[in-house]
Design a protein around this ligand. Sequence first.
Ligand code: FES
Length: 352
Amino acid sequence: MCGACTVLLDGVVVRACLVFAVQANSCVITTIEGVADEDGGSHPVQDAMSRAHGLQCGFCTPGMVMSIIALLERNPDPDDREIREGLSGNLCRCTGYQGIVDAVRIAVRSNGVTNAEQGRPAVALGHVVRRTEDRRLLTGHGQYVDDVRLPGTLQVAFVRSPFPRADIVDIDVSAAERFPGVRAAYTPADLNHLARDMRSTIEIFATSTAPPFRELLASAQVRYVGDPVVMIVADSRYIAEDAAELVDITYAELPPVIGLDAALRDEHIVQAELGTNIAATLSSPPDPRVDDAFAEATFVLDETFEQHRLAEEQAAVAALSSAAPPAASPPRRFSRRCCTSPATSWRQPSRT
Ligand code: FES
């Protein structure tokens, strides 16, 4: 429910993933592909998003554009609070929301007219630089990992924790393994030894406290709602998702740690092996020039910033081959694979 699939159903903004086909019967559905003018020119909102740099990877953009169009239909001159409220159902993981809010303001000022500079390359500093990929991303033609279909691609579904914190008492995948079309059902014991050298991103920056080993699948304990515990590999996404529902996991619930303050109090330790909820301490070496700059500054703003994560998730599609790479080119390494070709035989690792 991130809002990326937002469309208009008879002019009403809806998330397509939450609408049954029967509900859409006889309705007019408008998607991002249907908002440009008849000559193929951009809609003013698409143009404004490009001008204000309201997109980066473009994943959320079609849904964001549809929500903005619906917002301006309801309220042609929203203030900042109304803009943010109107877009509160759309999540953007990479751009930041300010550019998107700016885009709404530009769209309001444009009075329904697409800017004539559309597509003109930037020639100097001081001009809005149009990114070459903007048009593709703003018109719904971005390609992402889930759009790539290699022949015979197997699909994966994860069984995830419904609890913020719990001990895993037992895992039974036998019913899922027997489900027609399932190639394998992997438990933590099957996979975690394959990733012993996989460390969390924070380790790169840490100056104290070794960060914990990051498991592929939660083994003894789940630490957040959605923590993956079992991985089902099947011939299709739907088979994998149906089989995932047959996995039986017994949990023993533990008190959750909610919020930064509770975490810092260390009443409950999320990573027992660390003995504290502080995974790492990052600091910069003292520099007297910083103190001088503060001393000379007209205004000094002292704030505490909370950020919910360090980095964006990455994904890649890879076709594995048994052929050795040419001697001149070293093997390429991917931090994470999410699809593979059946040429890689998916053998069930022996259970221990
Ligand atoms: S541009 Fe919004 S998720 Fe990347």
